[in-house]
Write a protein that binds this ligand. Structure first.
Ligand code: GLN
Length: 194
């Protein structure tokens, strides 16, 4: 199995280190031709969504990635990656991939709580550590079958819709592997189902 990690900006190296540590191969996706290689799942790392989105636009990668995700390619978007996936951003007309039917609020925790660590229950896998860095949260799901995976202080911080997982926090920065395992389970299933 091989995972494509978007590597135009942000915390992609941390995801690769974690996945390699779990025995999974990765390829870095930096330009459109990189998408011609085969990969069984996609990771959109944290960083700066506006910068990443513009680079994806310049590289003409938005449309092929959007198509792959719509066709069922499993994807894990963390922090900025969640923003890239979102169908709507509060007070913003911008839509990048727009495949995940949720509305997100960027930099949602204000100045005081710009970065913090906590832990919370994630549906199906138990309590996991969570590192938030100028994080968004999900203001509202836009469809009934978007599954809420986790909340912190009542706010939605992880969701799943089909093969798409969005997390407002940075699971690649903690030792716990369970969010990545959940994503890899989707990738294995997808691979088996063809
Ligand atoms: N604040 C960033 C954004 O809006 C996300 C931060 C992160 O990925 N750690 O894109």
């Amino acid at each position: 199995m091989r995972i494509g990690v978007l590597a135009v900006q942000g915390a992609f190296a941390e995801h690769i280190t974690k996945l390699n540590g779990m025995g999974v191969d990765c390829i870095e996706l930096r330009q459109r031709t990189d998408l011609e290689q085969s990969f069984d799942g996609l990771i959109l790392p944290g960083g700066e969504s506006t910068v990443q989105g513009k680079l994806l636009q310049e590289q003409q990668m938005l449309e092929p990635l959007r198509n792959r995700v719509r066709q069922g390619l499993p994807v894990l978007g963390t922090c900025a990656g969640l923003i890239l996936l979102a169908q709507k951003i509060v007070d913003d007309e911008t839509v990048w991939l727009g495949t995940l039917p949720v509305c997100v609020r960027r930099n949602a925790y204000g100045r005081q709580l710009g970065s913090f660590r906590t832990e919370a229950e994630v549906e199906g896998i138990g309590t996991v550590p969570m590192t938030f860095i100028r994080a968004p949260y999900v203001e509202s799901p836009l469809v009934a079958d978007a599954q809420i995976l986790a909340r912190v202080d009542g706010r939605i911080v992880a969701v799943r819709y089909g093969n798409q997982i969005g997390a407002a926090f940075h699971p690649e920065l903690d030792e716990d592997d369970r969010i990545h395992e959940m994503f890899l389970r989707l990738c294995r299933q997808h691979r088996t189902n063809g």
